[in-house]
Design a protein around this ligand. Structure first.
Ligand SMILES: [Zn+2]
Length: 245
């Protein structure tokens, strides 16, 4: 994800270059003839989020989680889940502006929820769609530690509110406080009102999310209608939710 394709040297002086973003040739800027100025290219958000990942030291592990490396353990339920994740990527540009434009992987530990969430992120990023990775526990702790610094807090939380796509990994992992719920409501409600897509993974099922906080749970359910994959019981049995709220 982060390594640029090498220049492909052929014979003599003939060389061909490939760019991750052919539009700007990886410069991040494109010429706008109407204003006679350089504009940010659509790939800028993606490159920014890749830099954040690199700085957090998880870039390499993140990049390795693809659909190809997903272990379905020969389990039909997991195979179907993987197909649903791939379909989401294929349909993304058509459904991006719909109310239900998000996907969630909920329930049982060990089903590969994080892996599939990140595989979707990698796939969308390869299409120059900005996906911000939010490791729930780390981010919520950091936001709470900085709540008294209003300027910093607003600057940080606005990243999660405004990302084109937000991946919330392991939502509500650990002990849940009232402040955690308030912060997550601020982010999720903002994205709900603006119609921005989310990829959510959580050990909680939709019923449990509703129990934790009805407003948060119902917004996630609505945004993920038809794409809420819940692992319930053993053997990775899952149900694809299309439920009324
Ligand atoms: Zn570009």
């Amino acid at each position: 994800m982060n390594s640029y394709p090498k220049k492909n040297l052929k014979s003599g002086c003939e060389k061909t270059e490939s760019f991750r973003c052919p539009k700007c040739k990886d410069r991040g800027l494109v010429y706008n003839p109407e204003t006679d100025a350089m504009d940010d290219c659509e790939c800028r958000e993606r490159t920014l989020y890749e830099t954040i990942l690199r700085n957090s030291g998880i870039s390499e592990a993140f990049r390795k989680k693809t659909f190809d490396t997903f272990q379905d353990k020969g389990n039909r339920e997991l195979q179907k889940t993987k197909i649903a994740a791939i379909m989401y990527c294929k349909e993304f540009k058509q459904i991006q502006d719909n109310v239900s434009n998000s996907i969630a992987f909920l329930g049982q530990v060990g089903a590969g929820k994080t892996h599939l969430s990140i595989a979707i992120a990698n796939n969308l990023m390869s299409e120059n769609i900005g996906v911000l990775y939010m490791q729930y526990r780390d981010v919520i702790t950091q936001l709470k530690q900085n709540m008294l610094d209003e300027y910093y807090y607003q600057k940080e939380i606005s990243k999660y509110k405004n990302a084109t796509v937000l991946l919330i990994d392991d939502l509500f992992k650990g002990k849940i406080t009232e402040t955690d719920i308030n912060i997550m409501f601020e982010i999720i409600n903002y994205r709900y009102l603006k119609g921005c897509p989310m990829i959510v993974s959580s050990e909680y099922t939709s019923d449990k999310l509703l129990n934790i906080d009805e407003a948060i749970g119902s917004r996630i359910i609505e945004k993920c209608d038809g794409r809420m994959i819940e692992f319930v019981g053993g053997n990775f049995n899952h149900r694809l939710n299309k439920r009324a709220i």
